[in-house]
Write a protein that binds this ligand. Sequence first.
Ligand code: SF4
Ligand code: F3S
Ligand code: FES
Length: 248
Amino acid sequence: MGYKASFRVWRGDDTDGELKDYTVEVNEGEVVLDIIHRLQATQAPDLAVRWNCKAGKCGSCSAEINGRPRLLCMTRMSVFTEDEVITVTPMRTFPVVRDLVTDVSFNYTKAREIPSFTPPADLKPGDYRMQQVDVERSQEFRKCIECFLCQNTCHVVRDHEENKEAFAGPRYLMRIAELEMHPLDVADRRDSAQDEHGLGYCNITKCCTEVCPEGIHITDNALIPMKERVADRKYDPIVWLGNKLFRR
Ligand code: SF4
Ligand code: F3S
Ligand code: FES
């Protein structure tokens, strides 16, 4: 059975804006993105929202619903009570372009800063061989749909604009871990993870993992193992001696 829901939606851009109240029809089986689309069709034709697949796969419709970072297309209206006011706001960590659309270019900048897969120079593409266990380890990370909800949630940048320069964020530290764990990647990514991409800023609060719509264990399977690898290197007596002798 349909009902009328109360929505509060952020209207405006980075310089000015406000939450506007709307009453919108809701039908059985709908998700929040359906309601946003109905709003556009009936009351707010200029409401800006980014979306593509409506199937939780393109990562475009990220926003915050009642303060919680979520995909608009994967949030069922049935998780709210009929008398609840549903507040929809843009992701807080990135500049607002307009209404629910944010400028996520921070993430593309961070992606470009990570050197790509580096196989041994003499290895021909047809000679690549790796164990199934190594394939499976990185497979989990490859499920990422680049929704940037984890990047938006991590407190290191969410409340600290000044950390954006030095911190790649969970999605890209996970990318570094994926490459570091790859048996055919010969680049040593441990020093740069710490020194250039800000791995040390992560204090494993796991908020990134909690909001990941793909259920990737970002903290346990990527960030903590990466921290262990960095620590191993730091406390390896041979590395320590090498640093003492050659890096004075
Ligand atoms: Fe989104 Fe998860 Fe990928 Fe982060 S790791 S960008 S939350 S899919
Ligand atoms: Fe941030 Fe996730 Fe680490 S939320 S602090 S990157 S565990
Ligand atoms: Fe593609 Fe929501 S529209 S993930």
